[in-house]
Design a binder for this molecule. Structure first.
Ligand code: SAM
Length: 119
């Protein structure tokens, strides 16, 4: 099994993210959340970033994978709104909404490429 195939296993991907502290650093250095901040997460996966965000942010996550969305709903409940839909729908939603303070697409390069190709 190649390295990429191993990374495709959600549990392995999650473990690496945790071990290297990527998400904590990402939130501290780049997202820098403020009270009431409205965040759109395109390709949110299991929405694990929420663990590192304060409870008072408004979080909306989109992902193509229904298993990830179901997992996010189970794990985070009403801490966010989670939709199984493509990024194209996400952008439509973003236009309809009153405006996001931050739009993010976080992940491995191959996934980001897929997301941005659709954008
Ligand atoms: C590597 S994962 C990253 C997940 C999460 N952002 C994180 O940092 O853990 C990339 C995710 O993007 C999703 N994805 C890829 N193309 C997409 C698209 N066009 N619209 C919505 N989600 C997409 C995949 O299903 C996958 O769950």
């Amino acid at each position: 099994m190649g390295f990429r195939a191993v990374l495709n296993r959600p549990a392995v991907y999650e473990l690496l993210q945790f071990l290297f502290g990527y998400r904590r650093r990402l939130v501290r250095e780049f997202i820098r959340p403020t009270t009431g901040m409205k965040i759109l997460d395109i390709g949110c996966g299991p929405a694990s970033i929420l663990k590192y965000l304060p409870k008072d942010v408004e979080y909306v996550g989109y992902d193509l994978d229904a298993r990830y969305i179901a997992y996010a709903q189970r794990r985070f409940g009403d801490r966010g709104r989670f939709y199984c839909a493509s990024v194209a729908q996400a952008l439509q939603q973003a236009q309809d909404a009153t405006g996001f303070d931050l739009v993010m697409a976080i992940g491995r390069a191959s996934c980001r490429e897929r997301v941005f190709r659709v954008v």
